[in-house]
Design a protein around this ligand. Structure first.
Ligand code: GDP
Ligand code: MN
Length: 385
């Protein structure tokens, strides 16, 4: 789960990381009141779940109430990379001497935590990595050892930050590492981490992704309430389905996460593009199947649907009946290909054969079914204007 900047700063502050004082406002007058309390100048900052707000005009300095009123009025409702601004964060403006970059995340291939630190912050780190890879100091940390003061110091020195700020940087980064590990984050990023003109090191931005699997250890309800979710994922979540939205046009339904992933892969393998990952879990009854079909049917880019079921405890004829009954309930836009295998697959296929039509086909193998689904998506695509 991704946090908004103001939530990330609250999260950082709990671990003792210095951030600017500020307040959150949802309308113009609320923002003006916050600014009046803080004193000028202030920064008016759009709160959305994407970066690049500065470039998009979503970050503005204001030196009096009228300024705040203008900027807040302009930024509220603004679209930033597909996200509508619904809230603002007003904070005391900082005088910036230098902008740096700092982050911790998991390096999956190394199976270690990875810290990145650069004296070139304020721009996208991918840009720095491409232009001048040596400008990023990296540190791998074994989670069982943690980040020692010595290692942290060596890392800061390797990044060539202002030497006068070394002690503060080491202290802040140690706290950031704790926020990342004890706070159960998958990513913590400060860009820019600043040195102010009066010599203080300070987090000017905050990007935090929390590990959802650790939610039970924390009180994250407030963060969850402001989550921006793919509307398809939201609908699936409400139906208790494991769904991940993708960009293609072949809707995928499978039972079991492993089979669902293989289904996504096989669609790709035969030259198609999956619209989603969807695991309906163990029970493929009419209720669950209808719910899954509704979610996929509501996705306007879907042009064909591939249902891939391996009967284990769930028997083939139950699955087939579930699909047939679900089709009575949902008015489908796209044709469906079913691959049914496992327990009582024969019985199941017979039931499907009895209902075969332009909208419902059955194929004996996963590969054949994937090919048919991809062809169907392509033909449906040709038919549209
Ligand atoms: P992002 O564009 O979404 O990453 O938003 P940031 O919070 O990182 O802000 C973008 C840029 O705005 C920063 O790199 C700074 O250059 C500038 N900025 C943000 N806050 C302040 C501030 O308090 N004072 C000054 N002078 N500039 C700021
Ligand atoms: Mn930033």
């Amino acid at each position: 789960m991704d946090l908004l900047e103001y939530q990330g700063k609250e999260f950082f502050a709990r671990f003792g990381i210095p951030v600017s004082p500020g307040g959150r406002g949802d309308d113009v007058e609320e923002c003006v009141a916050i600014a009046e309390d803080l004193g000028y100048p202030v920064v008016v900052k759009a709160q959305v779940h994407v970066g690049g707000r500065g470039k998009a005009g979503g970050i503005q300095l204001a030196s009096h109430a009228e300024h705040v009123r203008d900027h807040a009025g302009n930024i509220l409702g603004m679209e930033i990379r597909g996200h509508t601004v619904r809230g603002l964060w007003i904070e005391e403006a900082s005088d910036i001497a230098e902008e740096w970059y700092a982050s911790f995340t998991l390096d999956r291939s190394a199976k270690l935590h990875l810290g990145m630190l650069s004296a070139e912050g304020g721009v996208e780190i991918e840009e720095v990595a491409e232009r001048d890879p040596d400008a990023i100091a990296r540190i791998h940390i074994d989670p069982t050892d943690g980040l020692s003061d010595e290692a942290c110091l060596a890392w800061v020195e390797a990044a060539h930050l202002d030497p006068d700020a070394t002690t503060q940087a080491v202290s802040l980064l140690s706290k950031l590492y704790l926020a990342y590990t004890e706070g159960d984050a998958d990513l913590v990023e400060i860009n820019p981490l600043i040195l102010t003109t009066d010599g203080r090191v300070h987090a000017l931005d905050a990007k935090v992704t929390l590990d959802d699997s650790a939610a039970f250890r924390h009180d994250w309800d407030e963060y969850a309430a402001t989550q921006h979710r793919d509307p398809r994922e939201q609908a699936a979540h409400e139906k208790g389905l494991q769904y991940v939205g993708l960009d293609g046009d072949v809707g995928v339904i499978a039972n079991g996460a492993g089979l669902a992933m293989s289904t996504v892969d096989v669609v790709n393998q035969v030259g198609g593009f999956p619209a989603n990952f969807l695991d309906i879990g163990g029970g493929a009854n009419a209720e669950v199947m209808a719910g899954a079909l509704e979610v996929i049917n509501d996705d306007p880019v879907v042009r064909s649907i591939f249902i891939n079921i391996f009967g284990g405890i769930t028997r083939g004829e139950e699955v087939a009946n579930g699909i047939v009954q679900a089709l009575d309930r949902v008015d489908m836009r796209s044709p469906i290909v079913v691959r049914l295998d496992g327990t009582n697959a024969e019985e199941g296929r017979e039931i499907l054969a009895g209902h075969e039509s332009e909208m419902l086909l059955s194929q004996p193998t996963m590969l054949e079914a994937a090919r048919t689904a991809v062809e169907m998506a392509a033909t449906a695509g040709d038919r549209s204007p």
